[in-house]
Design a protein. Structure first.
Length: 720
């Protein structure tokens, strides 16, 4: 609704857009943050009370008393239940958000704000931000306008996140392989060494899904000379590019390390290992690159003059030529996605001609959309670009120092990041640099095994190679347990990621998201919910003795919760002191919630799940939707998937589990077997089922086995 010089657009029950324009012209173009600039779907009521315009959206009631002048504290205000907001208020009880990078972090650090606050409201200012017109970025034609989004939600935090997704876009579902095991290291590996590492993962019984090849995959300017003394001189002069980055940019395979890169990539793919290459794009394509001539041709310029164009992400033709002549050709050879590096603010800030736009969010947008070809999901493995960048997952958090304080901070930080819809961090497990500490590395692995990416990475230090078998037998065995457990839990993890996409809730959830009225949910910063079924409280301090025994205090909310490793049951709404040796950490599983699992696979994200295990601890009941698709295409948005609802009901004397599949996707298994496990029971069940089953009772666990049947067959099992 336009009233004089203002426009007010109710969007959801907890979100209102307010605009002021001195000349009455308003922005209807999307920005990198707001993708639905003109949409109004919220049900609301409007009244004009003697010149006071009141919009009641449900959770938020916004009042504006002056439509001619810029907003002020006494002319623009809102009521959100018992909470109040007026224009210009500071958000003093913000629950935290995230940061674009954790480079250099060695402990706790102040983060940027998220949309969730105990103030009950939050405001995002999108004033004068660049617009997207004809699929490209431009300076805003309305630099003098005020354009803010007012979130009013009280303690309904889910509503706030849904409203953020509504106006800014959903956190897209990443490609499935990103949830697997990554190996990464800044090290000049040869082609043969890469092959040997893949073999070693198999030999040591560890899974591997993604091989990351850091910046040594390509020549740098000075490396082309091949003589160390010459290299030193060149590095001091001509080796510097436009971005003064000492030649970190490069797009030509280093043939001294990789004599036949296409064969390497092909063999890795045959072994179901995906590949990403590091990309420092700051210097663009220079005249020493293999693809220089083709790039210049696409730019409409001669290549024989050896002109080196400055990298210009604001130039549509330049970026299209870069993607077409370089990236697409390397992708055709087998590169699956790009690790876009060196775009953090302090190294490579604003793009040319648009002083209000930093490179990071714009490059994430460009790379993600470039990768959306042939019906595939986009992917941008980069640092976080701020509100709105959730549309371009996934993210790496940067070069942290290996300290216990950093680990503790990362646990809290990862959960708080969900308050911005930043759901998918790939941390440097163990830290990027610092002292060698096997116990700390194990504890870090336990955390990232229950995060969205189990990614090992480290600096160029011979002591910090993150291959688990290089850290001593005790550490190797403990980490193997975590890698294997994650492999088995991929059906649960991937289903939870789809739930995050559909419902706009994080995979890693701060406790207050589920329990906003309970003070303990805010106090216990070292634990989080991992989907619907798990509470994780990673160990973040050194233990004692030979087995590194540590104790962690955990808050247990209402409901039945059990220790996943010991089966101990905890009292509802209580505090528990949980003691763990190096092999385990406080991991609680909720009773009554069916958890789907697969058999262990050393290619955890590409394994065909034709044998499904459903784990269900005693509880009143619950349900879980197993989600499956092809893992890489955008078909998941168009119904190309299989959803299997697994429901468990328990009335005390009898229980019923139903398994109801619905849907279809290409290459899904035609037949599926089931193993249903019910731990912590004191007697054998009597089983009655709609399909043939076998049952046994051993060591307090009831196990029901269903041989392979049609994957789309529905199943009902009664227990008494």
């Amino acid at each position: 609704m336009i009233i004089d010089n203002i426009r007010i657009t109710p969007l959801t029950e907890s979100l209102v857009r307010f605009e002021y324009s001195p000349n009455g012209a308003f922005n209807d173009f999307p920005t990198l943050f707001a993708g639905k600039a003109k949409t109004t779907e919220g049900k609301y009521s409007f009244i004009n009370n003697d010149g006071a315009f009141v919009f009641d959206c449900g959770l938020i009631k916004l009042t504006c008393t002056d439509g001619k002048n810029p907003p002020a504290t006494d002319t623009l205000y809102a009521e959100i239940g018992d909470f109040k907001w007026k224009y210009g208020d500071k958000n003093t009880k913000n629950l935290g958000g995230t940061l674009s990078t954790l480079d250099g972090v060695s402990g706790w650090k102040q983060v940027d704000e998220g949309v969730l606050s105990r103030d009950g409201w939050y405001v995002i200012d999108d004033s004068a931000k660049p617009i997207i017109k004809d699929e490209w970025i431009e300076n805003s034609p309305y630099p003098d306008n005020i354009d803010i989004y007012i979130f009013g939600y009280g303690t309904d935090y889910r509503s706030a996140l849904s409203s953020l997704a509504y106006i800014s876009g959903k956190a897209e579902l990443p490609r499935k392989y990103t949830f697997g095991s990554w190996y990464s290291r800044w090290w000049p590996y040869t082609e043969q060494e890469i092959r040997d590492i893949v073999k070693e993962y198999k030999e040591h019984n560890f899974p591997l899904d993604i091989m990351v090849i850091d910046m040594d995959w390509h020549y740098n300017d000075w490396q082309l000379h091949g003589d160390e003394e010459v290299d030193k001189k060149v590095r001091a002069t001509a080796g510097k590019g436009h971005a003064d980055n000492l030649g970190w940019t490069g797009y030509t395979w280093n043939r001294r390390l990789f004599p036949d890169p296409k064969a390497l990539l092909s063999d890795l793919h045959k072994d179901s290992v995906y590949v990403t290459l590091n990309d420092h794009p700051a210097d663009g394509i220079r005249d020493n690159e293999e693809f220089y001539s083709d790039f210049m041709k696409k730019m409409g310029l001669p290549s024989n003059e050896k002109t080196n164009l400055e990298y210009d992400a604001s130039d549509k033709r330049y970026m299209q030529a870069l993607f077409d002549s370089v990236h697409s050709r390397l992708e055709k050879d087998g590169v699956d996605f790009w690790w876009v590096d060196w775009q953090q603010d302090y190294l490579f800030p604003h793009i040319k001609g648009i002083p209000t736009l930093k490179h990071l969010p714009w490059l994430n947008y460009l790379y993600y959309n470039h990768m959306k070809r042939d019906g595939n999901r986009g992917i941008s493995f980069s640092r976080w670009g701020g509100f709105g960048d959730q549309k371009h997952p996934i993210y790496f958090s940067g070069d942290t120092k290996s300290t216990w304080e950093t680990l503790a901070f990362e646990v809290w930080f990862t959960a708080a990041s969900g308050n911005t819809l930043c759901f998918y961090w790939g941390h440097d497990t163990g830290g990027f640099f610092g002292d060698r500490d096997a116990e700390m590395y194990v504890r870090w692995t336990q955390f990232t095994a229950f995060s969205t990416s189990l990614r090992a990475h480290s600096q160029r230090d011979p002591l910090l190679d993150r291959r688990p078998w290089m850290w001593g037998e005790m550490a190797e065995n403990a980490m193997r347990d975590m890698y294997h457990l994650r492999s088995r839990l991929i059906p649960y993890i991937y289903s939870t990621a789809y739930q995050a996409y559909k419902e706009d809730i994080p995979v890693i959830r701060p406790m207050y998201l589920e329990y906003p009225e309970i003070e303990a949910a805010y106090e216990y910063k070292g634990q989080y919910m991992f989907g619907d079924a798990f509470i994780c409280a990673p160990i973040t301090s050194a233990g004692e003795g030979e087995k590194c025994v540590a104790t962690h205090r955990v808050w247990v909310p209402n409901g039945k919760y059990y220790n996943f490793f010991t089966n101990e049951e905890y009292a509802p709404n209580s505090e528990a002191e949980i003691t763990c040796d190096i092999n385990t950490f406080p991991l609680l599983i909720k009773g009554g919630v069916p958890v789907p699992m697969q058999n262990y696979s050393d290619r955890m994200t590409s394994a065909v799940c034709d044998e499904l295990t459903v784990l269900c601890y005693p509880g009143d009941g619950g349900k879980f939707t197993l989600y499956e698709d092809d893992g890489i295409s955008d078909g998941y948005k168009n119904g190309e998937h299989l959803k299997t609802e697994i429901s468990y009901e328990n009335n005390g004397n009898n229980a019923v589990m139903t398994i109801t599949p619905n849907g279809k996707y290409e290459k899904m298994p035609e037949l599926r077997g089931y193993t249903l496990k019910f731990p912590c029971t004191d007697r054998q069940f009597t089983v009655k089922a709609s399909v043939p089953v076998s049952a046994e009772y051993k060591n307090g666990v009831n196990t029901v086995r269903i041989e392979k049947i049609d994957t789309l067959a529905s199943i009902r099992i009664e227990f008494s």
